[in-house]
Design a binder for this molecule. Structure first.
Ligand code: MG
Length: 383
């Protein structure tokens, strides 16, 4: 790339100089539903990232629980800090592989934007409320937010994101559906975010669970990935006090996972030598860990499921949240006039059940509790 001193490189020129041939170049984007002129110094995926960060749904992630609720302390992750950790790790991986880091970042910041209040417990309750009416999935709801619910521009609804960001999220939404004939796989940038999400929550849920006293590091060391990480830390530092030991183990957990993923993916890419983003989509998933590490991760996830996610303290939170959402859903069905006017209008287009779920899913945990008490007199457990 030669740049005259009087002219800065365009986003497309910067990408051409930096990206691998198998990365997704923004110049080849399928564009936006509502065409817009290019921005002079921000590339299309940078603009997507900015639209996501400035959206109201993104800000509300700070009030949504990841695994542990706000009344359990303020150390642990929220849905927002989880999202930032995923974006940080995904960008590290994307940059090392010379992928389109702007697209990786936009996808990562967007990936959990559709989470309802109270995490997966909230999602399951809404899914049950919409049984027979298409169900509820946070991955699909993210698309509804981006295309219909956010309102920023005078001439169209939604955020008008690039097609690659929407397609990446649609892949997440269709994760459990069987692939149809002739279907191509996701872009590498999408694969990176998927891998980063999983290694991020494995590491930070381990951290939070130990910090909250739900399990000890020694109990976690039943798992071989934690055991090996602990041994590596102890080789480096003879005698660490508990909180530093926990942090060092979590650091090691992430380092091992990212290192393994980069080695494996790097050698797969060297072997396949794909010449374009399109070509790489015809191969099975490329961004994945070694089979040994994948097995260790599964084992850790089973441990977290049994010993952390189903811990008595979380089971109680889960049950209470689900009761609240079910009561509110039934309450709004009976009294739709309590819905904000825009959701009453929306009910005419998508039906009353979907409009209620769209309203409930947008709430933070705190707002859900507050409005549940105000509209339907729902009290906190023991309150
Ligand atoms: Mg996530």
């Amino acid at each position: 790339m030669t740049v005259s001193p009087s002219r800065l490189p365009t986003p497309a020129e910067r990408e051409a100089a930096l990206l691998a041939p198998y990365a997704m170049p923004s110049a080849a984007s399928r564009g936006r539903r509502h065409p817009e002129p290019e921005h002079p110094y921000r590339g299309p995926y940078q603009r997507d990232r900015d639209r996501i960060v400035h959206s109201s749904a993104f800000r509300r992630l700070s009030g949504k629980m990841q695994v542990f609720t706000g009344d359990m302390g303020d150390y642990h992750r929220t849905r927002l800090t989880h999202t930032h950790e995923v974006a940080s790790i995904a960008r590290t991986i994307g940059r090392a592989l010379r992928l389109n880091e702007d697209l990786v970042e936009a996808l990562a910041l967007f990936h959990d934007i559709g989470h309802p209040p109270f995490g997966h417990a909230g999602e399951d309750a809404l899914d049950e409320c919409l049984r027979g009416e298409g169900g509820f999935s946070h991955n699909r709801y993210a698309l509804t937010i981006a295309e219909e619910l956010e309102s920023r521009y005078p001439s169209f609804p939604g955020l008008n994101l690039s097609q690659e960001v929407l397609d990446g999220q649609a892949t997440r939404a269709a994760k459990h559906a069987p692939p149809s004939a002739g279907q191509v796989g996701p872009l590498l940038e999408v694969q990176v975010v998927e891998a980063a999400d999983s290694m991020t929550y494995d590491a930070h849920d381990t951290d939070d669970a130990v910090k909250l006293g739900l399990v000890t590091i020694d109990e976690l060391a039943e798992n071989s990935l934690v055991r090996e990480s602990l041994a590596a830390v102890r080789r480096r530092y003879a005698d660490l006090r508990d909180d530093l030991l926990r942090k060092a183990v979590v650091h090691e957990l992430l380092d091992r996972q990212v290192g393994d993923l980069l080695r494996e993916t790097g050698s797969r890419l060297a072997q396949l030598a794909p010449q374009s983003a399109e070509e790489v989509r015809r191969h099975p998933v490329v961004v994945r860990p070694s089979s040994g590490l994948a097995e260790q991760k599964l084992e850790l996830e089973r441990f977290l499921y049994e010993r952390v996610y189903r811990h008595a303290r979380l089971v109680a939170v889960r049950a209470e949240a689900q009761d609240r959402l079910r009561t509110m859903f039934a309450g709004y069905r009976q009294r739709p006039e309590l819905l904000p006017p825009r959701f009453q209008t929306r009910a005419q287009a998508v039906g009353i059940s979907r409009a209620i779920a769209d309203y409930l899913a947008g709430m933070t945990d705190r707002y859900c509790v507050q409005i549940g008490a105000q509209h339907f007199g729902i009290r906190l457990m023991g309150g």
